[in-house]
Ligand binder design. Structure first.
Ligand SMILES: *Cc1c(COP(=O)(O)O)cnc(C)c1O
Length: 332
């Protein structure tokens, strides 16, 4: 199986913003993109993206999960980056059209078609370090993906970074390339120094998120995660898991968690922790590493509630449970 995100469908949907308007979207080759080496995005990181998935059901239909949320977030990221305004209706058509075109290539569960809308500023101007790009490209790439958990969902080792910051606080809720560049150094250092899988950024002791996933703590019947603010990414999976937890009668607490509280709670038997995101759904966290000490979360294995929530989400996505929140959009 090829590594996640390395296989692409041959064509993508693309629209160009120039002279104050969007072109009609068209299908173009997904193997290359031509732009000026002075393009704004290459110098000043005027870029944002989305990640969502289409699923194949037993009846052969193809269904996209919570597309409206990803389109909304894409429009928000573009606005906060001063990129040209995204036309949500146009982006929706682009996603539907390209997924329809490759409907036959959507892998069956536990695989799916990963959808990657991308928006980049392409004005050839290296003089615009402090000005927005007047032109941009919006395109939708498709990448068929297999089971993220092939070989089992091994609980992750997280390094808690008390004063680590993933990105500048005012950039946190923007799904923008520069934020991943900003987090990469600390992540590599966490791997090197502590053999950690990920780093959990906790600026000022406030438990936030990892490089590309949100963090949730499960203590008995309660699920706890940081309340939304502009400093971190508002995951669609996070919101879906909280909704399902509430459906299951759990108490949902959206509030700050300090590193101290996390360590205290994690030590109790039965506590669970997990990362949420589109790629990995809900991945158990088995070990927290803090100030050179390693502590298991609960038993250190995947907890029953994590497994239950993950399965509840997957069942809706795979058409095996009723879509009570109308999260799926049928493509064909
Ligand atoms: C994409 C992303 C998430 C998860 O968002 P989903 O919408 O659930 O996929 C969380 N944190 C960061 C930093 C992300 O980039």
């Amino acid at each position: 199986m090829a590594a996640f995100g390395t296989v692409f469908m041959p064509e993508m949907a693309l629209a160009k913003f120039e002279n104050g308007a969007w072109s009609k979207a068209e299908f173009v080759s997904a193997s290359s993109l031509q732009m000026h080496p002075g393009a704004h995005v290459l110098h000043y990181s005027s870029t944002c993206f989305e990640g969502l998935k289409a699923f194949k059901h037993d009846d052969g239909s193809i269904n996209i999960f919570r597309m409206d949320q990803n389109i909304k977030r894409m429009a928000q990221s573009s606005r906060l980056l001063n990129l040209p305004k995204v036309d949500g209706k146009q982006l929706e058509s682009m996603i539907l059209d390209v997924v329809k075109k490759y409907a036959d290539e959507v892998p069956a569960p536990p695989g799916s078609m990963y959808i990657r809308p991308t928006h980049i500023g392409i004005e050839p101007s290296i003089g615009k370090a402090a000005a927005p790009s007047a032109t941009s490209l919006l395109y939708v790439l498709l990448s068929p993906v297999g089971d993220y958990f092939a070989g089992g969902a091994k609980p992750l080792r997280l390094l808690l970074a008390d004063n680590g910051m993933r990105c500048a606080p005012h950039m946190g809720m923007i799904k923008s390339g520069g934020n991943y560049a900003s987090a990469l150094g600390p992540i590599l250092e966490a791997r090197e120094s502590a053999n950690a899988d990920q780093i959990l950024f906790c600026p000022g002791g406030d438990v936030q998120e990892t490089g590309a996933a949100n963090f949730v703590l499960i203590d008995g019947n309660e699920i706890i995660t940081k309340q939304l603010d502009s400093t971190f990414l508002h995951g669609v999976t996070r919101s879906s898991i909280l909704t399902l937890a509430s459906d299951l009668g759990m108490t949902v607490s959206e509030r700050e968690i300090s590193v101290d509280e996390l360590l205290e709670r994690a030590a109790k038997p039965g506590t669970e922790a997990a990362l949420s995101g589109t790629a990995a759904v809900l991945t158990p966290v088995g070990t927290l590493i803090h100030e050179g000490k390693e502590r298991l979360v609960g038993s250190g294995e995947m907890g029953a509630t994590t497994a239950k929530l993950r399965s509840a989400l997957n069942k809706i996505q795979w058409g095996q449970a009723e879509d009570t929140h109308a999260w799926l959009t049928k493509v064909n």
